[in-house]
Design a binder for this molecule. Structure first.
Ligand SMILES: [Zn+2]
Length: 99
């Protein structure tokens, strides 16, 4: 069961997850194959998120979601480019080049 809470900026319902670093990360509630965040529900009903890596790719029990900040309309107005999105794309490009 997904517990959705409104985004502080745009008031859209978002799924609040806990990252591996213990931080709260809101993601869009519906899975998105273009997302960069693996989301799963742990045994206690908490939603956990992490970045899939080459060593630990997406697992069968995880779904890809987009971090809400990437699509938040209010954030998009405040920031010319969402921070996580561009840096991740650059990171992916860099990683491909080194292989
Ligand atoms: Zn928002």
């Amino acid at each position: 069961m997904k517990r959705l809470l409104p985004c502080r900026d745009c008031r859209q319902p978002v799924l609040w997850t806990i990252t591996e670093a213990g931080k709260r990360l809101p993601v869009n509630p519906d899975p998105d194959p273009a997302g960069n965040t693996a989301v799963r529900c742990d045994g206690t009903g908490a939603w956990r998120s992490r970045r899939p890596t080459d060593e630990l790719p997406l697992m069968a029990w995880e779904r890809l979601h987009k971090p809400h900040i990437a699509t938040c309309p209010t954030r998009a107005q405040q920031l010319p480019l969402p921070v996580g999105v561009t840096s991740l794309a650059a990171h992916r490009r860099k990683r491909r080049q080194t292989r």
